[in-house]
Design a protein around this ligand. Sequence first.
Ligand code: NDP
Ligand code: 8X3
Length: 247
Amino acid sequence: MNVLVTGATSGFGAAIARRFITEGHRVVATGRRRERLEALAAECGERLHAVALDVRDRAAVEAMLSGLLPAFAAIDVLVNNAGLALGLKAAHETDMADWERMVDTNIKGLMYVTRAVTPGMVERGRGHVINLGSVAGEWPYPGGNVYGGTKAFVRQFSLNLRADLVGRGVRVSNIEPGMAETEFSLVRYSGDADKAASIYAGTTPLSADDIAETVYWIATRPAHVNINTISLMPECQAFSAFTVKRS
Ligand code: NDP
Ligand code: 8X3
């Protein structure tokens, strides 16, 4: 299979790229950090094609896809993984630039890549779009405001894609992980490593390999099986009660 992974320079994306390479597939690995892409390419060999790409740049997304080498051009599996959360401020205190960046990356970037890849899948009658949603797209929490909103988009967009693509041999799946230790919190807390580490302290969070395993399993079900949505959390994480403010 030819697998396109966005956000393959770190966390889930890097683990997903490695997993498919290990299983003998070809991977187009993308992300903004060129040095990380070069290291991944050196590690994985010629079945991995690394391309620097900012998913917020629609023209760059389209150019990257139309310029792929023939061996990589027919994408069988698209893993829309690139994404981020920025901050945990309350909605009325947040920085509008952070909100815009999350919308531009998690929603618009995912739209651009999906729109560019799916026509080829439909034409070939074969393909699979696997989106990285989040439990934050289903469950609210303080400070989750726009990040959770972007992942709710991913959830509904995935279901609506299914509605459009039904019967065409193109599958769509949405994975909703809970707490997983990657660079996610480092990004959310603007590079504050201590704060990021404190999120995972005293827990056994999900790992990037847990998500790579899930993506690989979803992608290797028989062609007639579509996994619509998977929600997974570490055993140490669960739900909380509604908050009631009393006077
Ligand atoms: P990481 O921060 O470790 O990885 C994020 C990846 O996204 C990086 O490779 C980064 O690459 C890429 N990325 C960010 N912005 C852009 C952009 N504009 N263009 C291209 N690539 C971009 O986090 P995770 O691996 O944890 O996150 C992966 C996905 O999983 C995200 O969508 C996240 O929301 C979701 N998720 C994460 C959870 C967690 O707890 N970790 C739980 C649920 C969902 P680069 O900076 O090089 O561009
Ligand atoms: C990442 C999980 O709970 O930090 O999507 O929002 S959470």
